[in-house]
Design a protein around this ligand. Structure first.
Ligand SMILES: Cc1cc2nc3c(=O)[nH]c(=O)nc-3n(C[C@H](O)[C@H](O)[C@H](O)COP(=O)(O)O)c2cc1C
Length: 250
């Protein structure tokens, strides 16, 4: 098992995997780490669809175009889930408020599922495995994926996580410097300096993208990210949530 410092500071996304299976002990560790995730109110408003069926992985690859889905050994799909708590409340005759129809209700499910995914990322890294978050499992064809996974009302996909024995060791990506990440006691007011630091970071990461091992790109970092945002303007997540039983009102 890697130590905490190496686990957290040397993690990268891994998109190529060996064919070999993940050892049971490592998988059990990842599952227990997910189970022990901190959650809002300890309500555990999340579930994980654990996929080891190769045909299903390939079907999800065909929908998303993400090759990692068919080559990974295990695919975990993290969902926001109010179905479990609602069913129990119903059984016990406890009135359920319209909580899933509030933005905070939605955010809580997303936060719980995202933290559970991060528990899995860290546990996998510590166990010497590679992982890659797959947001396309939420965005590519939400209704189709909900149907394939038989998601009941109150459950929607937040993100997938591909896991496997690593077949590559990608370079660490340069991240924003601590001065941009942390704002001491209040949000920084020196906007000109903040923008200047962002420009310097943009140069660093764009240079990294031009020269990194594996796939290089000539895109500017910020232009690249904003292209993703433009593409994401086409996603119909509100309609997806509505299909899954969420009528967001406040
Ligand atoms: C919520 C989320 C969704 C992501 N979706 C994808 C994805 O669909 N496909 C992919 O190849 N990488 C995906 N990633 C991985 C990011 O591209 C990656 O974390 C980022 O480029 C930073 O690289 P690093 O993880 O190596 O530090 C996703 C990451 C997060 C946190």
């Amino acid at each position: 098992m890697k130590d905490v410092k190496e686990t957290l500071l040397e993690r990268t996304s891994v998109r190529r995997y060996e064919r070999e299976a993940i050892p049971n002990e490592a998988l059990e560790f990842i599952f227990r780490a997910i189970q022990n995730t901190p959650t809002s109110y300890n309500g555990q408003q999340f579930s994980v669809i654990d996929i080891d069926d190769q045909a299903l992985k390939e079907e999800l690859y065909a929908i998303t175009g993400q090759k990692q889905l068919k080559t990974c050994n295990r695919l975990l799909i993290f969902c926001s889930d109010y179905n479990k708590i609602c069913r129990l409340a119903e059984k016990k005759g406890i009135d359920m408020p319209d909580f899933t129809n509030t933005m905070d209700g939605v955010m809580i499910g997303v936060i719980d599922a995202a933290l559970a995914m991060m528990s899995a990322v860290v546990a996998a890294q510590a166990a010497g495995l590679g992982s890659n978050c797959i947001g396309y499992l939420r965005t590519a064809a939400p209704a189709k994926i909900a149907e394939i996974l038989k998601l009941p009302k109150g459950v929607f996909v937040v993100c997938g996580l591909a896991l496997g024995v690593p077949r590559e060791q990608p370079d660490l990506k340069p991240k924003q410097p601590l001065s941009l990440v942390f704002h001491r006691n209040e949000y920084r007011q020196d906007t000109d300096e903040l923008v200047a630091e962002m420009e310097r970071y943009d140069e660093v990461v764009s240079e990294y993208n031009r020269t990194r091992a594996g796939g290089t790109s000539t895109n500017d970092w910020v232009a690249h990210i904003i292209d993703y945002y433009k593409h994401a303007m086409g996603y119909e997540i509100l309609a997806y949530l509505k299909d899954q039983g969420y009528e967001i009102r406040k």
